[in-house]
Design a protein around this ligand. Structure first.
Ligand SMILES: [Cu+2]
Ligand SMILES: [Zn+2]
Length: 199
């Protein structure tokens, strides 16, 4: 599984580099942070083109006793952050999907990632809610198909790659159950089945 994950990771990083070239105009706001971030994001790929980009990526690995894994790209755009995830080996159905505050997936149950990345005093909610009625890290649910895979894509206007609501260095988490989008503080989505640090 490690092998296939790396292949997926490599191809996605390459695809990310290409799409960033096509869609992301040079943005003077990004230039200050691009240098220090780029090196980390492409550490295992020979795509020197991407080293200038500030796009972020997270490789999700299963927590203890689980199999779900995947890769999530966070692509900076003028309108917000395009979140694009590919999930594999998960159980069919709705699974809560969030950015948690701490970029540490080392605990067997990923509790080390802390709670949701709230971005201040806001309630848990649907990613469709207004910014003051959701956590910055609320991404709703991923609908896993019968084959155990899913693709998730969302252009989010609340989270940021740099700045006040930056997701850099935090963790993205997939849960065993559905996020009901209303229960506090985290949507009652159950245990964490996969976790990845955003870098
Ligand atoms: Cu979560
Ligand atoms: Zn939340």
């Amino acid at each position: 599984m490690k092998m296939s994950l790396n292949l997926v990771s490599l191809s996605l990083v390459l695809a990310l580099g290409i799409s960033a070239c096509g869609k992301q105009p040079a943005n003077s706001n990004d230039s200050a942070t691009a240098g220090e971030s780029g090196d980390v994001a492409v550490a295992d790929a020979d795509n020197s083109e991407s080293t200038e980009k500030s796009d972020l990526i997270a490789i999700m690995r299963p927590t203890e006793g689980n199999t779900a894994n995947g890769i999530v790209a966070f692509i900076g755009q003028d309108e917000g952050v395009l979140v694009r995830a590919e999930i594999f080996d998960a159980s069919p159905g709705q699974h809560g999907f969030h950015i948690h505050a701490i970029g540490d997936c080392s605990a067997p149950d990923a509790s080390s990632a802390g709670g949701h990345f709230t971005g201040g005093e806001r309630p848990h909610g649907s990613p469709q809610n207004m910014a003051d009625k959701r956590h910055v890290g609320d991404l709703g649910n991923v609908a896993i198909g019968e084959d155990g895979t899913a693709t998730y894509e969302r252009l989010d206007t609340v989270m940021e790659i740099g700045g006040e609501n930056s997701i850099r260095g935090r963790a993205v988490v997939l849960h065993a159950g559905q996020d009901d989008l209303t229960s506090q503080p985290s949507g009652a989505a159950g245990p964490r089945v996969a976790c990845g640090v955003i870098e």
